[in-house]
Design a protein. Structure first.
Length: 252
C-alpha cells in the first residue's frame, strides 16, 4: 500500500515542483515503485520529466472520468518512475470541477486503485490553497512543506498549518506534516542563516535536517527534462536531494 505525500505551500517559487521531481526520482532509483502526480495546471512537473505539456490523458481526464488513473500512467526520463501528467484541461479545473458534489474527495477516490500498485505516490500541488490543493491534501497521508530561506519565509506558514489542521479535522484525519524543507538556501548570507535559525526555532520538530542549497544545476535541470539527480548527480543540489530522500524514508 502506497504512502501518499503532498508537496504543498500556497506561496509560489519555493521549490515545490523541484522537490517533487527530485524526491520521486531518488525514491525510484532506490528501487521503490514510485508515482508522481502533477496536480498543478502549470504542468511544470510534467515538462520537467521530459513529458509534453499536452500529454493526454492526464489528471484532468482522470478527475472528469474521461480516463482511469491506470490509463493516464506515463513513463518518463527516470527508470522506475511513472507520472500522471497534469492534462491540458487542468487549467480550468479550479472553476469547473468544484461544482461537482464531493469534489474534495475526488483526487483520493481516483488514485485509490493505484495505492496497491505503487509504494510511494507524490502529489505536486499548485501554489495556492484552492480546490486542487485541497483535493491533494485530502488524498495524502503526509505533507512536505518547502520553505524558501528568504524574508517572507514565515509569512503564511501559520495560515498554512491552520489550513492543514482544518483539513485534518474535517476531511482527512490521517493527514500529518512529514516536515518542512528549507530550500534555495545560501549559507553565505546573514539573511539565509537568520531565516534558517528562525524557522527551526518556531518549528523545532518539523524541519528536516537536510537543507537544499541555491544551486545552478538544480535550476537548469528541468530544461533538459531531467531531475538534477540525473542532470548532474554530483552537484551540491543533487547530493542534498539524495540526503532528503533518505531522511523522508527514515521518518516513514
Amino acid at each position: 500500500m502506497a504512502t501518499v505525500y503532498a508537496i504543498a505551500n500556497q506561496k509560489g517559487g519555493v521549490g515545490k515542483t523541484t522537490t517533487a521531481l527530485n524526491i520521486s526520482a531518488c525514491i525510484a532509483e532506490a528501487g521503490y515503485r514510485t508515482l508522481l502526480v502533477d496536480v498543478d495546471p502549470q504542468a511544470n512537473a510534467t515538462v520537467g520529466l521530459g513529458i509534453a505539456r499536452t500529454q493526454s490523458p492526464g489528471l484532468y481526464e482522470v478527475l472528469t472520468g474521461e480516463a482511469t488513473a491506470e490509463e493516464a500512467l506515463t513513463d518518463c526520463s527516470v527508470a522506475g518512475l511513472q507520472v500522471i501528467p497534469a492534462g491540458a484541461g487542468l487549467a480550468g479545473a479550479n472553476v469547473e470541477l468544484p461544482r461537482i458534489e464531493g469534489f474534495e474527495q475526488r483526487v483520493r477516490e481516483r488514485l485509490q486503485p493505484l495505492r496497491e500498485r505503487f509504494q510511494y505516490i507524490l502529489l505536486d500541488c499548485p501554489p495556492s490553497l484552492g480546490p486542487l490543493t485541497v483535493g491533494a491534501l485530502v488524498a495524502a497521508d503526509r505533507v512536505i512543506v518547502p520553505v524558501q530561506t528568504e524574508y517572507f519565509a514565515l509569512e503564511g506558514l501559520a495560515g498554512l498549518l491552520d489550513t492543514l489542521a482544518l483539513i485534518q479535522r474535517e476531511l482527512n484525519p490521517r493527514l500529518t506534516v512529514a516536515g518542512m524543507l528549507l530550500t534555495m538556501h545560501d549559507n553565505r548570507t546573514r539573511l539565509g542563516r537568520d531565516v534558517e535559525r528562525e524557522v527551526r526555532e518556531h518549528f523545532p520538530d518539523l524541519v528536516f535536517s537536510t537543507v537544499i542549497p541555491r544551486n545552478v544545476r538544480v535550476g537548469e535541470a528541468p530544461s533538459y527534462g531531467l531531475p538534477v539527480t540525473h542532470h548532474d548527480p554530483h552537484s551540491a543540489g543533487a547530493e542534498a536531494y539524495f540526503e532528503l530522500a533518505k531522511e523522508v524514508a527514515a521518518r516513514g
